[in-house]
Write a protein that binds this ligand. Structure first.
Ligand SMILES: Nc1nc2c(c(=O)[nH]1)N[C@H]1C(S)=C(S)[C@@H](COP(=O)(O)O)O[C@H]1N2
Ligand SMILES: [Mo]
Length: 408
Protein backbone atom coordinates (compact mmCIF):
# COMPACT_ATOMS: atom_id res chain seq x y z
CA UNK A 1 0.00 0.00 0.00
CA UNK A 2 1.08 3.54 -0.74
CA UNK A 3 3.13 4.84 2.18
CA UNK A 4 1.24 8.13 2.05
CA UNK A 5 -1.65 6.22 3.54
CA UNK A 6 0.29 5.36 6.65
CA UNK A 7 -1.47 6.62 9.68
CA UNK A 8 -0.15 8.80 12.44
CA UNK A 9 -0.51 6.68 15.53
CA UNK A 10 -0.59 9.67 17.83
CA UNK A 11 -3.96 10.58 16.49
CA UNK A 12 -5.41 7.46 18.01
CA UNK A 13 -4.77 8.42 21.59
CA UNK A 14 -8.07 8.23 23.29
CA UNK A 15 -9.14 11.53 24.76
CA UNK A 16 -7.13 13.61 22.32
CA UNK A 17 -9.16 16.47 20.94
CA UNK A 18 -10.35 15.65 17.49
CA UNK A 19 -9.43 12.04 18.00
CA UNK A 20 -9.11 10.23 14.73
CA UNK A 21 -9.72 13.32 12.64
CA UNK A 22 -6.04 14.00 12.86
CA UNK A 23 -5.27 11.03 10.64
CA UNK A 24 -5.49 13.27 7.60
CA UNK A 25 -2.29 12.87 5.64
CA UNK A 26 -0.42 15.05 3.21
CA UNK A 27 -1.07 13.99 -0.33
CA UNK A 28 1.73 14.49 -2.79
CA UNK A 29 0.08 15.16 -6.10
CA UNK A 30 -3.34 14.95 -4.50
CA UNK A 31 -6.25 14.77 -6.83
CA UNK A 32 -8.22 17.91 -7.52
CA UNK A 33 -11.28 18.40 -5.43
CA UNK A 34 -14.33 19.24 -7.43
CA UNK A 35 -17.18 20.96 -5.66
CA UNK A 36 -20.49 19.18 -5.63
CA UNK A 37 -21.84 20.10 -9.01
CA UNK A 38 -25.21 21.74 -9.31
CA UNK A 39 -27.87 19.10 -9.93
CA UNK A 40 -27.73 19.11 -13.69
CA UNK A 41 -27.94 15.90 -15.64
CA UNK A 42 -24.86 14.84 -17.54
CA UNK A 43 -24.74 11.96 -19.92
CA UNK A 44 -21.36 10.35 -19.34
CA UNK A 45 -20.35 8.10 -16.47
CA UNK A 46 -17.25 9.22 -14.56
CA UNK A 47 -14.15 7.14 -15.31
CA UNK A 48 -14.09 5.27 -11.97
CA UNK A 49 -17.62 4.09 -12.72
CA UNK A 50 -17.40 3.61 -16.49
CA UNK A 51 -18.15 -0.10 -16.09
CA UNK A 52 -21.66 0.72 -14.81
CA UNK A 53 -24.87 0.29 -16.76
CA UNK A 54 -25.25 3.86 -18.06
CA UNK A 55 -28.84 3.32 -19.17
CA UNK A 56 -29.84 2.47 -15.58
CA UNK A 57 -28.43 5.64 -14.04
CA UNK A 58 -29.07 9.37 -13.81
CA UNK A 59 -25.71 11.15 -13.66
CA UNK A 60 -26.35 14.19 -11.44
CA UNK A 61 -22.60 14.87 -11.24
CA UNK A 62 -19.31 12.94 -11.30
CA UNK A 63 -19.92 12.05 -7.67
CA UNK A 64 -23.67 11.55 -7.57
CA UNK A 65 -25.24 8.84 -9.71
CA UNK A 66 -28.83 7.81 -9.09
CA UNK A 67 -30.45 4.55 -10.11
CA UNK A 68 -33.53 5.16 -12.26
CA UNK A 69 -36.70 4.21 -10.45
CA UNK A 70 -37.90 1.89 -13.22
CA UNK A 71 -34.70 -0.14 -12.81
CA UNK A 72 -35.81 -1.52 -9.44
CA UNK A 73 -38.45 -3.60 -11.25
CA UNK A 74 -39.06 -6.75 -9.27
CA UNK A 75 -35.50 -7.47 -8.23
CA UNK A 76 -34.64 -7.95 -4.59
CA UNK A 77 -30.87 -7.52 -4.78
CA UNK A 78 -29.46 -4.47 -6.52
CA UNK A 79 -26.65 -5.36 -8.92
CA UNK A 80 -23.50 -3.29 -8.42
CA UNK A 81 -23.77 -2.18 -12.05
CA UNK A 82 -26.95 -0.26 -11.22
CA UNK A 83 -26.32 0.74 -7.60
CA UNK A 84 -26.27 4.50 -6.92
CA UNK A 85 -22.97 6.24 -6.17
CA UNK A 86 -22.27 9.07 -3.79
CA UNK A 87 -18.75 10.36 -3.24
CA UNK A 88 -18.06 13.46 -1.19
CA UNK A 89 -14.57 13.83 -2.65
CA UNK A 90 -12.74 12.04 -5.44
CA UNK A 91 -12.24 8.32 -4.79
CA UNK A 92 -8.68 7.06 -4.28
CA UNK A 93 -6.56 5.91 -7.17
CA UNK A 94 -7.50 2.51 -8.64
CA UNK A 95 -4.13 1.19 -7.45
CA UNK A 96 -5.71 0.67 -4.00
CA UNK A 97 -7.61 -2.34 -5.36
CA UNK A 98 -4.65 -3.79 -7.25
CA UNK A 99 -3.64 -5.85 -4.25
CA UNK A 100 -6.70 -5.98 -2.05
CA UNK A 101 -5.41 -8.34 0.60
CA UNK A 102 -2.52 -6.02 1.44
CA UNK A 103 -4.75 -3.01 2.24
CA UNK A 104 -4.15 -2.01 5.84
CA UNK A 105 -6.51 -0.73 8.47
CA UNK A 106 -5.21 0.95 11.60
CA UNK A 107 -7.21 -0.06 14.68
CA UNK A 108 -7.16 2.18 17.74
CA UNK A 109 -9.03 2.69 20.97
CA UNK A 110 -8.55 -1.00 21.74
CA UNK A 111 -6.29 -2.68 24.26
CA UNK A 112 -3.71 -3.62 21.62
CA UNK A 113 -3.82 -0.98 18.87
CA UNK A 114 -2.59 -2.49 15.65
CA UNK A 115 -2.70 -2.28 11.91
CA UNK A 116 -4.19 -5.31 10.19
CA UNK A 117 -4.25 -6.19 6.51
CA UNK A 118 -7.37 -7.44 4.75
CA UNK A 119 -5.68 -10.85 4.54
CA UNK A 120 -5.31 -10.86 8.33
CA UNK A 121 -8.87 -9.66 8.86
CA UNK A 122 -10.12 -12.57 6.75
CA UNK A 123 -8.65 -14.98 9.31
CA UNK A 124 -10.70 -13.48 12.16
CA UNK A 125 -14.23 -14.23 10.96
CA UNK A 126 -16.57 -14.22 7.98
CA UNK A 127 -20.26 -13.33 7.87
CA UNK A 128 -22.68 -12.37 5.12
CA UNK A 129 -25.48 -9.84 5.63
CA UNK A 130 -27.95 -8.06 3.39
CA UNK A 131 -28.47 -4.35 4.02
CA UNK A 132 -30.23 -1.41 2.46
CA UNK A 133 -27.53 1.08 1.47
CA UNK A 134 -29.29 4.40 1.20
CA UNK A 135 -28.01 7.98 1.00
CA UNK A 136 -29.15 10.18 3.87
CA UNK A 137 -30.47 12.55 1.19
CA UNK A 138 -32.54 9.97 -0.70
CA UNK A 139 -35.91 11.65 -1.37
CA UNK A 140 -34.52 15.18 -0.92
CA UNK A 141 -36.38 16.17 -4.10
CA UNK A 142 -39.68 15.78 -2.25
CA UNK A 143 -38.55 18.21 0.45
CA UNK A 144 -37.35 20.61 -2.25
CA UNK A 145 -40.74 20.41 -3.96
CA UNK A 146 -42.43 21.14 -0.62
CA UNK A 147 -40.50 24.37 -0.02
CA UNK A 148 -40.53 25.59 -3.61
CA UNK A 149 -43.51 27.88 -2.98
CA UNK A 150 -41.74 29.56 -0.07
CA UNK A 151 -38.60 31.65 -0.36
CA UNK A 152 -36.58 28.95 1.31
CA UNK A 153 -34.24 26.54 -0.38
CA UNK A 154 -32.85 23.11 0.39
CA UNK A 155 -29.62 22.59 -1.50
CA UNK A 156 -28.13 19.25 -2.45
CA UNK A 157 -28.67 16.50 -4.97
CA UNK A 158 -32.39 16.15 -5.82
CA UNK A 159 -32.53 12.38 -5.32
CA UNK A 160 -36.00 10.85 -5.64
CA UNK A 161 -35.90 7.16 -4.63
CA UNK A 162 -32.85 5.94 -6.53
CA UNK A 163 -30.11 6.72 -4.00
CA UNK A 164 -30.70 3.32 -2.44
CA UNK A 165 -30.08 -0.34 -3.07
CA UNK A 166 -30.25 -3.65 -1.24
CA UNK A 167 -26.97 -5.50 -1.39
CA UNK A 168 -25.27 -8.49 0.23
CA UNK A 169 -21.99 -7.86 2.00
CA UNK A 170 -19.39 -10.38 3.15
CA UNK A 171 -16.78 -9.42 5.70
CA UNK A 172 -15.53 -9.82 9.23
CA UNK A 173 -17.68 -8.83 12.21
CA UNK A 174 -16.04 -5.87 13.95
CA UNK A 175 -16.69 -7.64 17.24
CA UNK A 176 -14.31 -10.43 16.23
CA UNK A 177 -11.61 -7.90 15.40
CA UNK A 178 -12.10 -6.20 18.76
CA UNK A 179 -11.77 -9.54 20.56
CA UNK A 180 -8.52 -10.23 18.74
CA UNK A 181 -7.23 -6.81 19.81
CA UNK A 182 -7.96 -7.33 23.49
CA UNK A 183 -11.24 -5.43 23.77
CA UNK A 184 -12.29 -1.79 23.67
CA UNK A 185 -10.38 0.85 25.65
CA UNK A 186 -12.14 2.45 28.60
CA UNK A 187 -14.27 5.48 27.91
CA UNK A 188 -15.02 4.76 24.27
CA UNK A 189 -18.51 5.80 23.17
CA UNK A 190 -18.19 5.90 19.38
CA UNK A 191 -16.81 3.91 16.49
CA UNK A 192 -14.94 6.33 14.24
CA UNK A 193 -14.08 5.20 10.70
CA UNK A 194 -11.82 7.06 8.28
CA UNK A 195 -12.03 6.86 4.49
CA UNK A 196 -8.92 6.24 2.42
CA UNK A 197 -9.17 9.11 -0.04
CA UNK A 198 -6.09 11.16 -0.81
CA UNK A 199 -6.74 14.68 0.41
CA UNK A 200 -5.60 17.65 -1.65
CA UNK A 201 -2.77 19.75 -0.28
CA UNK A 202 -3.29 23.17 1.18
CA UNK A 203 -6.82 22.71 2.43
CA UNK A 204 -7.96 22.00 5.95
CA UNK A 205 -8.14 18.19 6.15
CA UNK A 206 -10.98 18.36 8.66
CA UNK A 207 -13.10 20.15 6.09
CA UNK A 208 -12.69 17.33 3.56
CA UNK A 209 -11.91 14.03 5.23
CA UNK A 210 -14.63 11.43 5.12
CA UNK A 211 -14.57 10.32 8.72
CA UNK A 212 -17.70 9.30 10.58
CA UNK A 213 -18.49 8.40 14.16
CA UNK A 214 -21.40 6.12 15.07
CA UNK A 215 -22.56 5.14 18.56
CA UNK A 216 -20.81 2.19 20.15
CA UNK A 217 -24.09 0.29 20.43
CA UNK A 218 -23.88 -0.49 16.70
CA UNK A 219 -20.88 -2.74 17.42
CA UNK A 220 -22.88 -5.98 17.36
CA UNK A 221 -23.91 -5.34 13.75
CA UNK A 222 -20.93 -3.60 12.15
CA UNK A 223 -18.84 -5.54 9.66
CA UNK A 224 -15.78 -4.72 7.59
CA UNK A 225 -16.70 -5.97 4.13
CA UNK A 226 -14.55 -6.98 1.18
CA UNK A 227 -17.25 -8.53 -1.04
CA UNK A 228 -20.57 -7.21 -2.28
CA UNK A 229 -23.08 -9.50 -4.00
CA UNK A 230 -20.45 -12.25 -4.05
CA UNK A 231 -17.64 -10.29 -5.74
CA UNK A 232 -14.85 -8.05 -4.47
CA UNK A 233 -16.20 -4.54 -3.83
CA UNK A 234 -15.43 -2.17 -6.71
CA UNK A 235 -13.44 1.00 -6.11
CA UNK A 236 -16.59 3.04 -6.70
CA UNK A 237 -18.37 1.27 -3.84
CA UNK A 238 -15.51 1.28 -1.36
CA UNK A 239 -13.14 -1.57 -2.16
CA UNK A 240 -10.87 -3.00 -0.97
CA UNK A 241 -12.63 -2.69 2.42
CA UNK A 242 -15.76 -0.92 3.61
CA UNK A 243 -17.26 -0.36 7.04
CA UNK A 244 -20.91 -1.40 7.00
CA UNK A 245 -23.20 -0.11 9.75
CA UNK A 246 -26.48 -1.94 9.14
CA UNK A 247 -29.57 0.24 9.55
CA UNK A 248 -27.52 3.45 9.34
CA UNK A 249 -27.74 5.81 6.36
CA UNK A 250 -25.17 5.81 3.54
CA UNK A 251 -22.63 8.29 4.87
CA UNK A 252 -21.97 6.14 7.94
CA UNK A 253 -20.82 3.28 5.72
CA UNK A 254 -17.26 4.46 5.16
CA UNK A 255 -15.63 3.32 1.93
CA UNK A 256 -11.93 2.37 1.56
CA UNK A 257 -11.70 2.32 5.32
CA UNK A 258 -8.12 2.88 6.48
CA UNK A 259 -8.58 3.62 10.19
CA UNK A 260 -11.12 2.47 12.76
CA UNK A 261 -10.87 3.89 16.24
CA UNK A 262 -13.03 3.57 19.34
CA UNK A 263 -13.30 7.16 20.55
CA UNK A 264 -14.85 8.92 23.56
CA UNK A 265 -16.07 11.72 21.28
CA UNK A 266 -17.37 12.14 17.78
CA UNK A 267 -14.79 13.19 15.20
CA UNK A 268 -14.27 16.90 14.57
CA UNK A 269 -14.39 16.32 10.82
CA UNK A 270 -16.88 18.67 9.15
CA UNK A 271 -18.78 15.74 7.61
CA UNK A 272 -19.66 14.75 11.19
CA UNK A 273 -19.59 18.00 13.12
CA UNK A 274 -21.93 20.21 11.13
CA UNK A 275 -22.79 18.26 7.98
CA UNK A 276 -25.35 15.46 8.17
CA UNK A 277 -27.16 17.02 11.12
CA UNK A 278 -30.93 17.28 11.48
CA UNK A 279 -31.43 21.05 11.70
CA UNK A 280 -34.29 23.46 11.01
CA UNK A 281 -34.41 25.13 7.61
CA UNK A 282 -34.03 28.64 9.01
CA UNK A 283 -30.59 28.20 10.51
CA UNK A 284 -27.30 26.42 9.99
CA UNK A 285 -26.54 23.12 11.69
CA UNK A 286 -24.52 22.91 14.87
CA UNK A 287 -22.90 19.92 16.49
CA UNK A 288 -25.78 19.91 19.02
CA UNK A 289 -28.29 18.95 16.32
CA UNK A 290 -28.92 15.20 16.03
CA UNK A 291 -26.49 13.37 13.74
CA UNK A 292 -27.92 11.57 10.72
CA UNK A 293 -27.47 8.00 11.81
CA UNK A 294 -30.29 5.43 11.90
CA UNK A 295 -32.63 5.13 8.92
CA UNK A 296 -36.38 5.17 9.25
CA UNK A 297 -39.22 3.11 7.81
CA UNK A 298 -39.82 3.62 4.13
CA UNK A 299 -41.33 2.17 0.94
CA UNK A 300 -41.94 2.96 -2.70
CA UNK A 301 -43.78 1.46 -5.62
CA UNK A 302 -41.65 -0.01 -8.40
CA UNK A 303 -44.31 -1.15 -10.92
CA UNK A 304 -46.38 0.20 -12.59
CA UNK A 305 -44.96 3.74 -12.55
CA UNK A 306 -47.04 5.62 -15.11
CA UNK A 307 -49.75 3.66 -16.91
CA UNK A 308 -51.60 0.34 -16.94
CA UNK A 309 -54.36 -1.44 -18.84
CA UNK A 310 -57.74 -1.55 -17.13
CA UNK A 311 -58.66 -4.74 -15.28
CA UNK A 312 -56.48 -6.85 -13.06
CA UNK A 313 -52.97 -5.67 -12.31
CA UNK A 314 -50.25 -6.21 -9.73
CA UNK A 315 -48.83 -3.20 -7.92
CA UNK A 316 -45.36 -4.04 -6.62
CA UNK A 317 -42.75 -2.24 -4.55
CA UNK A 318 -40.01 -2.31 -1.95
CA UNK A 319 -40.21 -1.59 1.77
CA UNK A 320 -37.82 -1.60 4.72
CA UNK A 321 -37.84 -0.67 8.37
CA UNK A 322 -34.48 1.13 8.47
CA UNK A 323 -32.94 0.43 11.86
CA UNK A 324 -35.88 -1.86 12.69
CA UNK A 325 -37.37 -4.80 10.88
CA UNK A 326 -40.28 -4.23 8.51
CA UNK A 327 -43.69 -5.24 9.85
CA UNK A 328 -46.20 -4.45 7.11
CA UNK A 329 -47.01 -2.47 3.98
CA UNK A 330 -50.30 -0.91 2.93
CA UNK A 331 -51.31 0.37 -0.49
CA UNK A 332 -53.89 2.99 -1.44
CA UNK A 333 -55.15 3.63 -4.96
CA UNK A 334 -57.07 6.75 -3.91
CA UNK A 335 -54.21 8.94 -2.72
CA UNK A 336 -54.28 7.75 0.87
CA UNK A 337 -58.02 7.91 1.67
CA UNK A 338 -58.39 4.15 2.03
CA UNK A 339 -55.65 1.60 2.65
CA UNK A 340 -55.37 -2.17 2.29
CA UNK A 341 -52.56 -4.52 3.29
CA UNK A 342 -50.11 -5.61 0.61
CA UNK A 343 -48.46 -9.02 0.87
CA UNK A 344 -44.74 -9.42 1.41
CA UNK A 345 -43.88 -11.41 -1.68
CA UNK A 346 -40.20 -12.26 -1.56
CA UNK A 347 -37.62 -13.79 0.74
CA UNK A 348 -36.80 -12.19 4.07
CA UNK A 349 -33.06 -11.48 4.07
CA UNK A 350 -33.12 -10.14 7.62
CA UNK A 351 -33.82 -7.02 9.61
CA UNK A 352 -31.63 -4.70 7.55
CA UNK A 353 -32.68 -5.76 4.04
CA UNK A 354 -35.67 -4.49 2.16
CA UNK A 355 -38.60 -6.69 1.18
CA UNK A 356 -40.67 -6.89 -1.94
CA UNK A 357 -44.41 -6.39 -1.71
CA UNK A 358 -47.29 -7.10 -4.05
CA UNK A 359 -50.80 -5.67 -4.13
CA UNK A 360 -53.34 -7.12 -6.57
CA UNK A 361 -55.81 -4.50 -7.83
CA UNK A 362 -58.60 -4.27 -10.36
CA UNK A 363 -58.85 -0.79 -11.80
CA UNK A 364 -61.29 0.69 -14.32
CA UNK A 365 -60.06 3.29 -16.81
CA UNK A 366 -59.24 6.57 -15.06
CA UNK A 367 -56.60 8.49 -13.14
CA UNK A 368 -55.34 7.10 -9.83
CA UNK A 369 -52.98 8.31 -7.16
CA UNK A 370 -51.25 5.15 -5.97
CA UNK A 371 -49.30 5.36 -2.71
CA UNK A 372 -47.80 2.91 -0.23
CA UNK A 373 -46.80 3.17 3.40
CA UNK A 374 -44.83 0.82 5.59
CA UNK A 375 -44.84 0.13 9.32
CA UNK A 376 -41.78 -1.09 11.22
CA UNK A 377 -41.54 -3.64 14.01
CA UNK A 378 -41.88 -0.86 16.63
CA UNK A 379 -45.17 0.28 15.14
CA UNK A 380 -43.71 3.38 13.47
CA UNK A 381 -45.65 4.25 10.32
CA UNK A 382 -44.46 6.39 7.43
CA UNK A 383 -46.01 9.87 7.72
CA UNK A 384 -47.80 11.57 4.85
CA UNK A 385 -45.01 14.17 4.73
CA UNK A 386 -41.77 14.15 6.68
CA UNK A 387 -41.10 17.22 8.78
CA UNK A 388 -38.79 19.46 6.76
CA UNK A 389 -35.14 19.76 7.78
CA UNK A 390 -32.51 22.08 6.33
CA UNK A 391 -30.30 19.37 4.83
CA UNK A 392 -33.16 17.45 3.28
CA UNK A 393 -32.20 14.27 5.11
CA UNK A 394 -34.10 11.08 5.94
CA UNK A 395 -37.22 11.75 3.89
CA UNK A 396 -39.80 9.04 4.45
CA UNK A 397 -43.17 10.60 3.69
CA UNK A 398 -45.50 8.42 1.62
CA UNK A 399 -46.96 11.24 -0.45
CA UNK A 400 -43.78 12.34 -2.25
CA UNK A 401 -43.00 9.12 -4.11
CA UNK A 402 -46.69 8.48 -4.91
CA UNK A 403 -47.58 7.41 -8.46
CA UNK A 404 -49.97 9.19 -10.83
CA UNK A 405 -51.30 6.15 -12.61
CA UNK A 406 -53.20 6.46 -15.86
CA UNK A 407 -55.39 3.40 -16.47
CA UNK A 408 -56.73 3.01 -20.02
N1 LIG B 1 -14.71 7.08 2.08
C1 LIG B 1 -15.94 7.49 1.77
N2 LIG B 1 -17.00 6.80 2.23
C2 LIG B 1 -18.25 7.20 1.92
C3 LIG B 1 -18.48 8.34 1.12
C4 LIG B 1 -17.34 9.06 0.64
O1 LIG B 1 -17.44 10.06 -0.06
N3 LIG B 1 -16.10 8.58 0.98
N4 LIG B 1 -19.76 8.75 0.86
C5 LIG B 1 -20.79 8.32 1.80
C6 LIG B 1 -22.14 8.59 1.36
S1 LIG B 1 -22.74 10.17 1.62
C7 LIG B 1 -22.95 7.62 0.86
S2 LIG B 1 -24.56 7.91 0.51
C8 LIG B 1 -22.43 6.28 0.59
C9 LIG B 1 -22.59 5.95 -0.87
O2 LIG B 1 -22.18 4.66 -1.15
P1 LIG B 1 -22.07 4.12 -2.63
O3 LIG B 1 -21.41 5.18 -3.45
O4 LIG B 1 -21.34 2.84 -2.55
O5 LIG B 1 -23.48 3.91 -3.12
O6 LIG B 1 -21.07 6.13 0.93
C10 LIG B 1 -20.66 6.82 2.08
N5 LIG B 1 -19.30 6.48 2.39
MO1 LIG C 1 -25.06 10.09 1.20
Amino acid sequence: MDSSLDVDRRSFLIGGAGAAAAVAVASPGGTALAQDAAPKVKAALPKYADWKDASALIVHSDKTLEMKREEFGNSLITPESKLYIRNNINPPDASVIANRDSWKVEFGGVKYPKSLTVAELKTLGVVTIATVLQCSGNGRKYFQDQVVSTNQKITGTPWTVGAAGCVVWTGVPLKSVVEALGGIADGAKFITGTGGETLPDGLDPLSLIVERSVPLDTLDNVILAWDVNGSPISLAHGGPLRMIVPGYSGVNNVKYIRALVFTPKQTEAKIQKTNYRMHPLDRKATSDDPAVWAMNVRSWITTPLTSAKSGALQITGLAFGGINALAKVEVSTDGGTTWKDASLSGPNLGRFAWRQFTFPAKLAAGAYKVVCRATDSEGKVQPKDTEINGGGYLHNGWQGPGIDLSVT
